[in-house]
Structures are given as structure tokens and as C-alpha cells.
Ligand binder design. Structure first.
Ligand code: GRG
Length: 345
């Protein structure tokens, strides 16, 4: 059984898939992630006690560590593909650490923007310490990630991973705006999904592939795998916002509707129930809109269609990674696409 609580909690494997199937693949990544949070805390060299507590708050092992898991498996799959090397480079492991740090900084900032009060079943940083300090804590985590990135000493890796920060900000900006035209809405949603979620996974995979070998074809495979898995991951996140309960998610449900956001399930439901258009346009701001929209979504096939779309992205990710030479790590990355689809938190 997956011992690493973070990844094992990702889906209720035991309900749907035999445990054996998932036993070995994540074992492969787990040894590389053993001291992940201790090593991240070493990067956060903060002299002020309060700032240190805030910065360390989310590095408590309660996250799924999904990004570092993909990164170390991708690093090993590329190393084996290139020269059959079974060694993981220190710089590749640093990318896993940096990816989790960028992710965490963006969560801290996201919760300020959304005025969120719970995440991973605990109070958010902004809820405990207030918005102003939360912004600074996010900045500090990001700056520590930048220091770790500079320490790798490779300008290509620096530019690949700083692209992620630009994309995160642009994705958040796209989310603040909306499209009136129904046809443009889906493209806008997918672009936002790529920038907010998939870019970090895609570019982290690309970074470790660059460190593994000089072949641009391999870099493209790694990027495309990460991009497709990342989009699927966010699509399922959007589904869970409708289908999971708050206790299990560790954050409120229907949160996107409450924020005025029309995600995949709503956009598909709107094709069946055009009366949802007006609600989307006013960002679910009228009393009763959130409840009504939720009902329409659950009556429609929006959840199934979004899940089906996520399946197609996972299929594409599998097609890409299958171009690498076979290895247990490559198989783990293929199995990980199933976990993305079956996760329930
Ligand atoms: C400070 C770098 C930086 C960015 C500012 C606020 C912002 C711009 C971007 C927000 C990006 C964001 C929070 C996207 C959501 C991605 C997502 C699916 C988060 C949930 O990921 P999980 O489920 O979380 O892997 P855990 O809790 O398991 O780590």
C-alpha cells in the first residue's frame, strides 16, 4: 500500500484498483522524496520566528506532493532513457523541491486573492496571520525557491522554471476576467487551466529532462506529458468541486461557483441548459445562483463530460511518455495518469 501519506491519500485506490498495482511504482519515487519537507525547510532560512512559522506552515506533509512525485519519476525515466543511468542527479531533485515551493507560494497567494479560510483541512495562512503577512510569506517562499533555482547554476533551467511564475500570474489574471462569447469561453478556460496548473508540471518535467540529456525530442516528450497530466489534474479538481464533500477535500465545496467561476462542468452543463448563460455572465452573483447552477450541473452530464475530457488528456500523456525507453519509472508515470483520474481529493 502507498505508505507516503500524501500520494496514498490522493485517491481511494483500495475501492477501485488492486493495491498491488500501485505498490511498486510509487515506491520508486518515495525514496527520492523521503526528506522532501526537511530539505524545503532548510531552504527557508528565516531569522524571524513568525515569518518562519508562516513559511513552514504548509510544508507539514499534509499536501499530496503530486508535483515532486512526477518530477522525480520523470527524472529517473529520462536518465534511464538517455544512458541507462540509475542515478538521480542532485540538480534534478532540487527541481522537485523548487516545484513544490513554487506551488506552495502560489497557494498562499491564491488564498489571499480568494479570501479563502480553509485548505488541506486547516486554516489558511491569511486566516491566521492576515492578508498582508500572507502575501509576504508567499513572496518569501518564492524568493527561497529562486535562490535554490539560481544555485543549480544552469540558465536554461532558470528560464524554463521562471516561465512558470509568469504563467501562474497570467493564469490568475485570466481567471479574474470572463468571456461573453460562448465559443471563446472554453478556449479561455483551457488556457487558464494550462497557465494556473499545467505549466508548473510541464516545465518542471522539461527541466529534469534537460538535466538528463541533450535531446530536444526528449524535452518535448517530458513537457507534453506534464502538460497533459497537468490539464487533466485541474479538470478533475474542477469536477471534485462539485462531487466531493468539504470534509474530505479539506476546503469548501462549490468554491468555484462562489468565486463566480465557470469551470468545465458548468461550461458543459450550459450546452444542455442554456438558461445558465445569464448566471455565468453575472458570475453567479444573484442570490440563489450558486445553488441553482450546482443543481443544473448535477442534472446535466457536465461532470461526466469533464471527466471524459480529462481521460483524453491522460491518454495523450500516456502516448507521449510511451515514446521513452521502457523503465519501471515510465510505467509509474503511466499509472499515475490513472491516479489523476481516480483521485477523490
Ligand atoms: C506567487 C508564484 C506565485 C503566483 C501568484 C495566485 C497565483 C499567482 C496563482 C495561483 C495558482 C494556483 C493556486 C493554482 C491552483 C492549482 C491547484 C490545482 C492546486 C491544488 O493542488 P493540489 O491538489 O494541492 O496538488 P495539495 O494541497 O495537495 O498540494
Amino acid at each position: 500500500r502507498c505508505h507516503h501519506t500524501s500520494i496514498s491519500q490522493m485517491c481511494s485506490c483500495s475501492k477501485t484498483i488492486s493495491d498491488e498495482k500501485y505498490q511498486d511504482p510509487f515506491q520508486l519515487g518515495r525514496k527520492d522524496l523521503k526528506n522532501l519537507y526537511e530539505d524545503i525547510k532548510k531552504e527557508l532560512l528565516v531569522s524571524t520566528a513568525e515569518l518562519r512559522e508562516m513559511c513552514e506552515y504548509y510544508f507539514d506533509g499534509k499536501g499530496k506532493a503530486f508535483r515532486p512525485m512526477i518530477v522525480v519519476l520523470m527524472a529517473r525515466a529520462c536518465n534511464i532513457h538517455h544512458n541507462n543511468s540509475r542515478e538521480m542527479q542532485a540538480s534534478q531533485r532540487s527541481v522537485a523541491i523548487i516545484a513544490e515551493m513554487i506551488h506552495t507560494a502560489s497557494l498562499v497567494h491564491d488564498d489571499v486573492i480568494d479570501d479563502a479560510n480553509s485548505r488541506r483541512g486547516k486554516m489558511t495562512v491569511n486566516q491566521i496571520w492576515g492578508e498582508r503577512k500572507a502575501v509576504l510569506a508567499g513572496d518569501f517562499i518564492l524568493s527561497a525557491a529562486s535562490v535554490a533555482l539560481a544555485r543549480i547554476g544552469n540558465t536554461t533551467i532558470i528560464s524554463v522554471l521562471t516561465q512558470v511564475i509568469e504563467d501562474l500570474v497570467r493564469g490568475e489574471f485570466l481567471q479574474l476576467g470572463s468571456k461573453e462569447n460562448e465559443n471563446e469561453r472554453f478556449a479561455h478556460y483551457l488556457e487558464k487551466t494550462f497557465k494556473k496548473t499545467a505549466s508548473l508540471i510541464a516545465n518542471s518535467c522539461k527541466a529534469v529532462s534537460i538535466l538528463a540529456c541533450p535531446d530536444p525530442k526528449v524535452h518535448e516528450i517530458a513537457y507534453q506529458y506534464g502538460k497533459n497530466v497537468g490539464i487533466a489534474f485541474q479538470l478533475i479538481d474542477d469536477v471534485l468541486d462539485f462531487t466531493s464533500c468539504a470534509d474530505h477535500l479539506g476546503k469548501p465545496t462549490a468554491a468555484d461557483l462562489k468565486l463566480g467561476l465557470a469551470t468545465g462542468p458548468v461550461l458543459f452543463a450550459c450546452r444542455q441548459f442554456p438558461e445558465m448563460n445569464a448566471m455565468i455572465m453575472r458570475r453567479f452573483s444573484k442570490p440563489g445562483d450558486v445553488e441553482r447552477a450546482r443543481k443544473y450541473v448535477l442534472q446535466s452530464d457536465g461532470v461526466q463530460q469533464t471527466t471524459y475530457l480529462a481521460q483524453r488528456y491522460c491518454h495523450e500523456a500516456t502516448r507521449e511518455i510511451s515514446k521513452l525507453r521502457p523503465s519501471p519509472e515510465r510505467e509509474a508515470l503511466i499509472q499515475l495518469t490513472d491516479m489523476v483520474l481516480l483521485r477523490d481529493k
